[in-house]
Write a protein that binds this ligand. Sequence first.
Ligand code: 5AD
Ligand code: SF4
Length: 437
Amino acid sequence: MSEPKKLFIKTYGCQMNVYDSERMAEALGGKGYVQTDAADNADMILLNTCHIREKAAEKVYHELGRMKHLKVANPDLKFGVAGCVAQAEGAEIIRRQPMVDLVVGPQSYHRLPAMDDAVQSGVRAVDTDFPDDDKFETLKSRSKAKRGPTAFLTVQEGCDKFCAFCVVPYTRGAEVSRPADRVVREAQELVAAGVREITLLGQNVNAYHGHEGGLAGLIWALDKVDGLERIRFTTSHPNDMDDALIEAHGTCEKLMPYLHLPVQSGSDRILKAMNRKHTAESYLKVIERIREARPDILLSGDFIVGFPGETDADFEDTLALIREVRYGQAYSFKYSTRPGTPAAEKPQLPEDVMNVRLQQLQGLLTQQQRAIQESMVGREVQVLFEKSGRTDGQMIGKSGYLHAVYADAPTDVLGQVKRVRITHSSTNSLAGELCKD
Ligand code: 5AD
Ligand code: SF4
């Protein structure tokens, strides 16, 4: 038998890319590739890229330049660029970096096996179509190999919202939902391979329409999957938090008490300019209803500071909204101009203004995160153990609120949900003791 070929994938950006990288590896597995952690002994290197913020393409060219010596050492090595930069730049990538053999967009990677054939015969391959054939239908079932207890599962792709700053509607295209029965089948395959917690992914996951009951309908269908213990989903738009989904947070035991619900800004003027189609008040109303359904839910958000036209008063409105919500987790960014998006045409704010605002915003969010983490001390939480820690006998898992939790425990807790009493809160994690059953 011939030696398996080695595939090295470097993944940038969001969780969706993590999922796509797994599926690309599985697709190329059918062509005899096995994944390696070492770029320097690979037969193929794939960069799965992200285009959400500035200089994304430049970073990819830089990374390719940095890896060029590997091609010099091994002329048979193939280079591929996948993901959203591939989608945005297309064949331009090969023009600028002729060492690249293939360019594949996020909707076409089911064609990787055929592209590999072309590349192996010395032909360059570029595919950034939004093809009619459904990539999920072409891709085989999930690998049966044993895997860790948590997994991502993409159920929806693309976005029809067109926020004025965002490239996603252009790179990932229109909203498409996978049929619920296929999602359930994939979840069953993942559970058979050892998965206990699934995070449903979509650029706008709560706009999911592959089930007549929407995302809530899908969650209830997954609730019936034996062996699946936890369900999460991300990322959501406030306007798509429908009644059934809010209610599920109170009634579905497998649905974890954590919700990532980006608001971006707390100023109505800026929200309008961002084309968010909601106000600060309507967002707060949604939060209030979710908290009525599930009082202990941990909320997470995304924020952009320095959107064109943002004044000090607008920024104060964002801080006020944050104070009102109290976030347990948050991601915040300086506005980054994305060519081709409506906001790119507007006059930009000075960098130093953005820096000061970002620092102030992050200071407040960090305070809130710490306070919520510290409030966990003394409480008992359910932890799904995922891996061993660095010190002997220590295991690491995640609580329902997505806090990392360390505890001394036997290795057989791996893959199991156990009760832990939290004893200590550090910067980015909690520590605790296993409770006696
Ligand atoms: N500039 C800064 N942040 C952005 N995001 C999306 N586009 C931009 C941009 N042009 C942030 C938003 C979004 C998250 C995924 O990335 O906060 O929710
Ligand atoms: Fe981008 Fe807005 Fe769609 Fe989110 S909802 S992917 S921020 S356009």
